[in-house]
Design a protein around this ligand. Structure first.
Ligand SMILES: [Zn+2]
Length: 218
């Protein structure tokens, strides 16, 4: 399967899963030439084909493809320019994760060990008007280590070593948000202790090669 076909497959998945509605969201991958294949704007992710992907350089200049590049391309370019270990970016508006981004709370507390292992800290990036430079600026404090971010009053972004990795991180983020939402409805949640969280961070680095953000700046 080509890189373009993999990207298209994941676009269809995020729509089927309800992580986006209508034309929402944008997804991209880094190519072997260090260019970026990104979804074009105004196209439903459930209907996207390889012809709806546009190749751009790391400055956002179009190299190949028809149509307008996604207005949120700056989210993607920030990740590729700052992180050599990121080869794919998924930006969606999943319902439960976005709900947490709307109440100013985010998913900063740690409750689920497996989420800590795969996603680490999930920062809530300050509100920024979509498609402006304010969006990557709001992500900048966390970009060096984060694998999943919430954008205040907007949605979520995940990063991956490849497009399936970025997709599964989005799925994991939304699944965790749903569990935490339901748990808050039925009782009092017990946070993982700092000691446990730090041990999980060590395991994540050793086992999964995921550098985690150990700073407590959230
Ligand atoms: Zn968005």
């Amino acid at each position: 399967m080509s890189l373009k076909e993999k990207l298209v497959e994941v676009c269809h998945k995020v729509y089927e899963k309800g992580f986006v509605a209508a034309y929402d969201g944008n997804l991209s991958v880094r190519t072997d030439n260090n260019s970026v294949l990104i979804t074009r704007s105004c196209k439903c992710k459930g209907e996207i084909t390889v012809n709806d992907l546009i190749e751009i350089d790391l400055n956002g200049n179009v190299l190949n493809g028809e149509g307008k590049i996604s207005t949120e391309n700056k989210i993607h370019l920030l990740a590729y320019s700052k992180r050599e270990d990121v080869n794919a970016v998924v930006h969606c508006h999943p319902v439960y994760a976005t709900a947490f981004a709307l109440i100013g709370e985010g998913l900063i507390e740690h409750y689920l060990p497996e989420v800590v292992l795969t996603l680490g800290r999930i920062p809530l990036c300050k509100f920024a008007i979509p498609s402006t430079d304010e969006v990557p600026e709001s992500m900048s404090p966390y970009i060096d280590y984060s694998w999943a971010m919430l954008l205040e009053n907007h949605g979520a972004v995940t990063f991956g070593k490849d497009i399936f990795d970025a997709y599964y991180k989005m799925e994991k983020l939304e699944h965790a948000a749903k569990i935490i939402f339901l748990a808050k409805k039925i009782g009092k949640l017990e946070k993982l202790t700092d000691d446990v969280v730090n041990k999980l961070f060590e395991m994540a680095e050793k086992t999964y090669g995921l550098k985690q953000d150990k700073r407590n700046i959230f």
